[in-house]
Design a protein around this ligand. Structure first.
Ligand code: ADP
Ligand code: MN
Length: 174
């Protein structure tokens, strides 16, 4: 099975997964293996060729004994099970500002987070979806929660509190 840790850029995927270890960075794979079809000049980002990415991820997964865990904001397009990291839009905006993102890129991501874009896509694409509200949690706490969910998946047992729809930012806009 392919497990994807996904979420809007800035929600802390790479930081948390660095603590987990053994997680494949999808953006790095796309960059290093040239799995893109072009460059988005406006956004300054690569346009991933998701068909090629999917084939490559399946190939990597086949060579493994257990599950393959990947992370990146595109991972829900190529995984069976997604864990979506969420962060309150105002905190996300602060983080992306610190990261030096342009105003347009900050707004685009903050708005996407506010209206659950990645969660909705994950529900559409994946067999199973969990979501974690990372707001006010340290990187260690987020990594522990991901570990807890991965452990439940591995043991084939249920885990409560992370169902899709459990995070809701709509009250932020009243
Ligand atoms: P992503 O991979 O989802 O884009 P990163 O892991 O690169 O996000 O984190 C984006 C920024 O937020 C980094 O500067 C990182 O240090 C910070 N960060 C990540 N997780 C947390 C957290 N739980 N609490 C505070 N800051 C965090
Ligand atoms: Mn990242």
């Amino acid at each position: 099975m392919i497990i994807g840790i996904t979420g809007t850029p800035g929600t802390g995927k790479t930081s948390a997964c660095a603590l987990l270890g053994g997680v494949l960075d999808l953006n790095e794979l796309i960059r290093e293996e040239g799995l893109y079809s072009g460059v988005d000049d406006e956004r300054g980002s690569l346009i991933a060729d998701m068909d090629v990415v999917y084939d490559r991820i399946c190939e990597i997964a086949q060579g493994r004994d257990g599950d393959l865990v990947i992370e990146g904001h595109l991972s829900h397009h190529v995984c069976d099970l997604a864990i979506v990291l969420r962060l309150s839009p105002d905190k996300l905006g602060e983080r992306l500002r610190k990261r030096g993102y342009s105003g347009a890129k900050i707004s685009e991501n903050v708005e996407a987070e506010a209206v659950d874009v990645i969660l909705v896509e994950a529900v559409e694409w994946c067999d199973r979806v969990y979501e974690i509200d990372t707001t006010g949690r340290t990187v260690e706490e987020v990594a522990d929660t991901i570990r807890e969910i991965l452990d439940a998946i591995n043991r084939g047992i249920g885990i409560d509190g992370y169902e899709p729809g459990s995070v809701d930012w709509s009250e932020h806009f009243i």
